[in-house]
Design a protein around this ligand. Structure first.
Ligand SMILES: *Cc1c(COP(=O)(O)O)cnc(C)c1O
Length: 384
């Protein structure tokens, strides 16, 4: 007999077992393994999102972010969301419909910027380079003369190619043309030399799960004075309520006006990740990433494997390894995961089937991980 007033279906009532996850070593393009101290911080008890204790934490997160980015920008905020949310916020807030936005496309994320900018009404202009190469100052100047953009967007660390875009001199160029400089630092913040104010970057964003070794879920965004001025003088409202920094900054600024509930525990974890950066010091951290990457590159060379990107422009945080002739790259990555618990990734777009992508980011940028990966790769390829 069933006298329930509800007609309940058990169709989706699966018996899920208690959560268990394999102990992966995440050496792909992200996420990287979170530092144990970050995981510990994430599990601490909550406070309310306007609690004085949380407000103090918010201030610390912002200060530590300014350190990590080497900027004094007041508007420096971890956006609730992943890197793509901050990427979208960077464009939504600084682009007005009809603005010419010049985008350097030399990999997957340049294309994503172009797609997003178009959705906010930008007159999108792209300059292209083969994946793995970078733009030089002369090429950028020629494009500025041709397109006269309101915003120039470049990817500092192209995770799809492993190339590092040099930024020295680009800020001056943008000022000369009265243009904002917007850069993607998702795979560089906390791992690759980055000096926002010295390089006169106006807008930058990043993610929590790459060189900062926090799980995905927060995405830092910073706007310098020129970008803030443009934001304040907009003719139209920012076309995305959730990512509107005129609103969000009232919550993260002195007014503390509710906008949306900050992900409390993510901010605990993120604070710990940034605290680790400050403890280690930026220079030491950058040097560690460089040394670990060089060890990996040397090991690859000893195995007869080569890197896709010219050494001068190679990112220490992400290496694209050329897949040797006759080797099934996907099968190798599959075996590394199944048999060794190591995650690496296949190539994207132009580099699909041509490279593996190996990340040595944040907490994972350590000699022992290079030794383990080279050993496993050697066994799978029979080149030990
Ligand atoms: C990972 C990544 C993003 C996107 O971040 P998500 O956290 O995946 O949304 C954007 N740009 C670059 C360069 C990245 O590596």
């Amino acid at each position: 007999m069933n006298d329930s007033p509800y007609s309940i279906s058990d169709a989706h009532r699966i018996e899920a077992s208690q959560l268990d996850v394999p102990p992966r070593l995440l050496l792909g393009p992200g996420p990287s393994n979170a530092h144990p101290r970050v995981l510990q911080a994430l599990s601490m008890r909550q406070v309310g999102h306007l609690d004085p204790a949380f407000i103090e934490l918010m201030n610390e997160v912002q200060e530590l972010l300014r350190y990590a980015w080497q900027t004094d920008n007041q508007l420096t905020i971890p956006v609730s969301g992943t890197g793509s949310a901050a990427m979208e916020a960077s464009l939504a807030n600084t682009v007005e419909p009809g603005d010419a936005v010049l985008i350097g496309v030399n990999g997957y994320f340049g294309n994503r910027l172009a797609d997003m900018a178009g959705r906010y009404g930008a007159d999108v202009r792209c300059i292209n380079k083969p994946w793995g190469q970078v733009f030089d100052l002369d090429e950028l100047r020629a494009a500025m003369i041709e397109h006269r953009p309101a915003v120039l967007a470049l990817v500092h660390a192209e995770t799809s190619t492993g190339a590092r875009q040099p930024l020295e001199g680009v800020g001056d160029l943008c000022r000369e043309f009265d243009c904002l400089l917007l850069i993607d630092t998702v795979t560089s913040l906390g791992g690759v030399p980055l000096l926002l104010d010295e390089w006169q970057v106006d807008v930058a964003y990043s993610g929590s799960q790459k060189c900062l070794s926090c799980p995905p879920g927060l995405a830092p965004l910073t706007l310098g004075p020129r970008a803030v001025k443009k934001l304040q003088n907009r003719k139209n409202k920012v076309a995305n309520w959730y990512l509107d920094m005129t609103l969000v900054s009232k919550y993260w600024g002195s007014e503390r006006t509710y906008h949306h509930t900050a992900p409390i525990n993510m901010n605990y974890g993120f604070r710990e990740a940034l605290r680790l950066v400050a403890e280690e010091g930026l220079e030491a951290r950058w040097a560690r990433h460089q040394a670990t990457a060089e060890l990996f590159w040397d090991g690859l060379a000893e195995m007869g494997l080569s890197c896709h990107v010219e050494r001068q422009y190679r990112l220490p945080s992400l290496t694209t390894v050329a897949i040797p002739e006759g080797v099934d790259g996907k099968a190798v990555a599959g075996r590394l995961l199944r048999e060794y618990n190591i995650e690496i990734a296949a190539g994207l777009g132009e580099l699909g089937g041509k490279v593996w992508r190996v990340g040595l980011m944040g907490f994972n940028s350590r000699r022992e991980n290079v030794v383990v990966l080279l050993g496993a790769l050697g066994e799978v390829l029979g080149r030990g």
